[in-house]
Write a protein that binds this ligand. Structure first.
Ligand code: NAP
Length: 262
């Protein structure tokens, strides 16, 4: 599909999102195929309705970056477009401080039409510097969630919210989502890195989990998911999934709502 055709296919999804936003009737299959399966449910979720999706772009051998943190880009252009389309449909995009330090990401919607989400950085120990681009560029609102024990030194235009950390010092995912919901941010994309997405999976707070798998072997580096040890494969997660071609990449879209609670 060329750029213009892609735009034509995308516009009805944005229109569906706008109808849902206004509280008008909106159904997932109002989006045209094949985008209905990928984006219909999210686009049809009304303001205040919950939809939490995590996404990682990984190599075939399950790495999201090299050991030194280089990750641009594991996936193809279509995978990048897919990620930006997710950003355009959510209220907030969440990343861990590790990703902000490694990548200085902008977290805005640039590869497709659509609004920018609120950028949320999980920074329990207040490591985010006032010179970070999510602080200085003012391209979209930024919210920093930190542990109650620290006081981030950030300019006034950056909102901060304190949360009680768990015993390991991490911010509990359910608490993070509650902080966002208090601000009306209920349609959420958890965009990385591996530790952050893993904690949201382990906490069983995700509706959907997506991996864009690229035909690339890194052989070492930062892992996508790291979950508590299971002894046998009976305990592995086998959620229902959809599989989609994104150019040379394959997107696996797992529905975690059907998996039993731990
Ligand atoms: N391929 C992709 O799709 C993709 C996407 C994003 C990032 N990346 C890559 O991933 C790497 C960074 O990933 P990462 O796993 O090292 O770091 P990360 O998940 O971005 O950040 C982890 C840090 O976030 C803080 N944190 C707060 N609450 C947390 C929670 N509930 N769970 C986990 N962390 C929480 C902790 O900070 P403290 O240590 O200060 O306590 C933790 O060390 C970078 O190399 C980046 O390039 C790849």
């Amino acid at each position: 599909m060329d750029g213009e055709a892609e735009d034509r296919a995308w516009k009805p999804v944005l229109a569906l999102r706008a109808r849902a936003e206004r509280g008008e009737s909106a159904a997932a299959d109002d989006a045209p195929a094949p985008l209905d399966a990928l984006f219909g449910e999210l686009a049809a979720t009304p303001a205040g309705g919950r939809f939490v999706v995590a996404h990682l772009g990984q190599s075939l051998d399950g790495r999201i970056a090299t050991e030194s943190g280089h990750s641009h880009y594991i996936g193809c252009e279509q995978s990048l477009l897919h990620l930006h389309r997710l950003r355009a449909l959510v209220d907030a995009v969440v990343v861990g401080i590790g990703t902000v330090i490694a990548d200085a990401p902008r977290l805005t919607t640039r590869h497709c039409t659509g609004p920018d989400p609120v950028r949320v950085v999980l920074d329990p120990r207040a490591r985010l510097g006032a010179e970070a681009s999510v602080v200085t560029d003012r391209a979209a609102p930024t919210l920093v969630v930190h542990s109650r024990d620290v006081h981030p030194m950030l300019p006034d235009h950056v909102e901060t919210a304190a949360l009680a950390p768990d015993p390991t010092g991490a911010l509990p995912p359910a608490g993070v989502l509650a902080v966002l919901a208090e601000r009306g941010l209920t349609r959420v994309l958890v965009e990385g890195g591996g530790r952050t997405v893993s904690s949201f999976v382990a906490a069983r707070v995700l509706d959907r989990l997506q991996f864009a798998v690229a035909p690339l072997l890194i052989g070492s580096g930062r892992p996508a998911l790291s979950l508590p040890v299971v002894e046998t494969l009976d305990a592995a997660l086998r959620p229902p999934y959809g599989r989609f071609e994104l150019g040379p990449d394959t997107l696996f879209d797992f529905d975690l709502r059907a998996t039993p609670a731990a």
